[in-house]
Design a protein around this ligand. Structure first.
Ligand code: CIR
Length: 277
């Protein structure tokens, strides 16, 4: 039998993205409805993000926009990919449910992943709630992801411990306040809501991590890819978080501004599905 040696779950060769529909500007869902998006800037930010992934050596598969789905650029939510397995989700927001079709198609046919679809009609999951640490899966219990969704994740990935983490009502997803910054290193936000969630992460996780505690929640959403880090720019992070992040990154790093996406609760992790296939 051939032995397969996996170096790290954070090594990827493909990224799945989706182009921005014009409807994004006015119709993307946002927690703060007073936020107005500048379409040209937002699209430029998504282009810069794509360039960053390309620079990191990933082949980016960029799906066409769908005007019917203003939030379709946030491809992290419709599917969870870990290793060769993909779980196509039943999205928490009813208006976003139709985003899964083309995502499933490419994961199955082009990338040849082993696909599971959520069958339970009461289960919901947004991928933004699913934090894979390399050793276990922490799942935010939020307005978008419920207990039945957590159960489906546990059934789909029985090789990993799965724990639910309550998400504070002012926060959209678990990954809005915590992501992996390195092997065994987790960046976490510093708002009072994030601190409550962080306490639950510490209590419920089955492994220990090094935690990099930041002041601002959006600072804690980074991408860790092939030993390198994509993070936000100094004005978005603030001087303290910028310094702290840099002192905790040893390899190469790329800065990408996401402030237009943030107006509609989008972040770095939301805009791609990272795959090793
Ligand atoms: C939504 O409310 O669904 C979108 N406006 C934002 C989704 C962000 N996704 C993510 O953090 N994974």
């Amino acid at each position: 039998a051939s032995k397969q040696i996996r170096m790290s779950y954070f090594n990827y060769n493909y990224a799945l993205m989706r182009k921005m529909p014009k409807s994004f500007e006015k119709e993307a869902i946002r927690m703060d409805e007073t936020q107005e998006v500048d379409f040209v800037k937002a699209r430029q930010q998504l282009d810069n993000y794509k360039d960053a992934l390309t620079k990191l050596g990933l082949e980016v598969i960029d799906l066409d926009a769908d005007e019917e789905y203003p939030d379709c650029i946030f491809v992290e939510d419709p599917a969870i990919v870990i290793g060769k397995k993909a779980l196509v989700t039943r999205l928490g927001h009813v208006n976003r449910r139709g985003e899964t079709g083309p995502i499933k198609e490419v994961l199955q046919n082009k990338l040849q992943l082993d696909i599971t679809e959520m069958k339970d009609e009461y289960a919901t999951v947004d991928g933004g709630d699913v934090l894979f640490t390399g050793k276990e899966i922490l799942v935010g219990l939020s307005a978008r992801t419920n207990e039945k969704g957590v159960k489906t994740i546990a059934e789909t990935f029985p090789e990993f411990p799965v724990s639910g983490i309550p998400v504070h009502p002012t926060v959209l997803h678990l990954k809005s306040i915590a992501t992996m910054l390195g092997d065994g290193v987790m960046a976490v936000g510093g708002s009072s809501a994030a601190k409550e969630m962080f306490q639950a992460v510490k209590n419920k996780s089955k492994f220990n991590y090094k935690y990099v505690e930041l002041e601002r929640d959006p600072s804690a959403n980074v991408l860790y890819i092939n030993g390198k880090v994509v993070h936000k720019t100094q004005p978005e992070l603030g001087d303290n978080d910028y310094k702290k992040l840099l002192s905790n990154i040893s390899g190469d790093r790329i800065e990408v501004c996401m402030d237009e996406m943030y107006k509609v609760d989008g972040c770095l992790s939301c805009c791609s599905i990272l795959i090793n296939s």
